[in-house]
Design a protein around this ligand. Structure first.
Ligand code: IMP
Ligand code: MG
Length: 427
């Protein structure tokens, strides 16, 4: 629900699942990638895709001709690693749309494969596309399934083995420094500038909130990227480092939220970042590496519901944080801007051509929508939307509706938008 603050466009609202009084929030933790810094998805994912593909070519796979297809997957889909399929499921886990490899499955094949299936993401068979970083992985996996079916990949190999192989190569792509070095060398090409994001954080800081940066990115990437995205928009002489009370890189979320691991201080010497084990209070002028949320809570002297964590990764940023620590959570969902505009214009089928809306599946909520509802107290398209409200805003959730509520026409499924008004088109 949009609250009593002045005039954001509807697609830039702060949408509320569970009432959140920002006055009670003493610290706001931020994820970096796709949260404080938004990338040009097509450029970033294309490059990541090309790195994975080229690694496979080096391993002798005949895939040099494959190219990234940004329309093949959207966030919130589910990979069925047992069958080599890409699925869209509704909130109950029933499959509503399916591709085998990159080809749509016909009605009978889909029914045959899934009419007795309820997807449970706790089972390793299913891989949920949690973030925009997942699109390169889904795209190349789907295309490789086509090649595997055509007998063009080294064998014997099953769909699960193929997935594991893609995953391993994607991890290596993100870890080995070459892709990141390219991004650092040409940030304009990959980053969508948002001058208001640093201002939103400045506003929260001025209101007395502690700001935390908790990112899985390493220091060598975090520092230049934050410098690029933030420093030019801050008041003269101020740098991004002065905004934050605590900076933690290589945090290893979600483990950061669930287990204790050693905390290191990042020591910069001769252009190199070295790690020194750390104990005792945290120093705001130093970046840290690793550690755990429990240790951070102790350092801040704050407990779960006084901390809001803002991130884009459905599992690593909001699900675990909510389930384990009971922190308040905000999900950044950039696609919401297109989605809300499409809903308003009743042109659900025009966007993302074959998958339809992110938050709908058939005439029901999608699996992604269900997770947003469960784990994100609030959700919004970008961090700078906080500027439309005061840092003390009281965000009130809409009254939940049930099918028997008298306001709903009998028997006809009607979806309410965040502010309780109107129906939206189904797919
Ligand atoms: P955060 O969103 O700021 O926590 O950081 C995300 C970091 O995780 C970035 O440095 C990404 O390169 C990295 N990353 C994203 N997806 C993967 C993956 O699938 N494997 C390994 N690293 C990843
Ligand atoms: Mg992120």
């Amino acid at each position: 629900m949009r609250s009593q603050y002045s005039g954001p466009p509807p697609e830039r609202g702060l949408f509320c699942n569970r009432t959140l009084n920002m006055r009670a929030i003493k610290a706001v933790g931020y994820d970096m990638d796709y949260t404080l810094i938004h990338y040009r998805v097509e450029a970033w994912e294309r490059r990541a895709y090309e790195y994975i593909r080229d690694r496979l070519v080096e391993q002798g796979w005949p895939v040099a001709d494959l190219t990234f297809d940004p329309m093949l997957a959207i966030r919130g889909l589910i990979i069925d690693t047992a069958k080599g399929n890409l699925l869209k499921a509704n909130r109950f886990g029933f499959v509503k749309k399916a591709l085998h490899g990159s080809k749509p499955m016909d009605f009978d094949a889909q029914r045959e494969a899934y009419n007795r299936t309820i997807i449970d993401l706790a089972d390793r068979r299913w891989v949920f596309l949690n973030t925009l970083f997942s699109l390169s992985e889904a795209c190349i996996y789907a295309q490789l399934v086509d090649r595997l079916d055509a007998g063009q990949l080294p064998g014997p190999m099953g769909y699960v083995d193929l997935y594991e192989h893609v995953r391993k190569n994607l991890d290596a792509t993100h870890m080995q420094g070459r892709l990141k070095a390219e991004i650092i060398a040409d940030p304009e090409r990959y980053v969508i500038d948002d001058p208001e994001t640093p201002l939103a954080l400045l506003d929260q800081k001025s209101a007395g909130k502690k700001l935390l940066l908790i990112t899985n990115s390493e220091w060598a990437y975090t520092e230049p990227m934050m410098h690029f995205a933030f420093d030019k928009h801050l008041p003269d002489g101020m740098t991004w480092r002065q905004l934050f009370d605590v900076v933690i890189v290589s945090a290893r979320k979600p483990e950061f939220f669930t287990t204790r691991s050693t905390l290191f201080e990042v020591v910069e010497a001769n252009g190199e970042a070295l790690l020194r084990p750390h104990s005792g209070p945290l120093n705001r002028s130093k970046p840290y590496f690793g550690g755990s949320a429990l240790e951070l809570e102790r350092h801040l002297g704050l407990s779960g519901d006084e901390i809001l964590y803002v991130g884009d990764h459905m599992f690593g940023d909001v699900h675990v944080t909510k389930n384990v620590l009971r922190w308040r959570t905000a999900l950044i969902l950039r696609e919401l801007e297109d989605e809300v505009r499409a809903i308003a214009a009743f042109r659900a089928t025009e966007i993302r051509i074959h998958w339809g809306l992110l938050t709908r599946a058939g005439n029901d909520k999608s699996h992604l929508a269900r997770q947003v509802e469960r784990y994100a107290d609030i959700y919004t398209s970008r961090v700078s939307n906080f500027l439309f409200a005061t840092p003390f805003v009281y965000l009130r959730s809409p009254r939940g509706s049930l099918p028997h509520d008298p306001s709903l026409p009998g028997g006809t499924p009607v979806f309410t938008t965040g502010d309780g008004a109107g129906s939206v088109p189904t797919e």
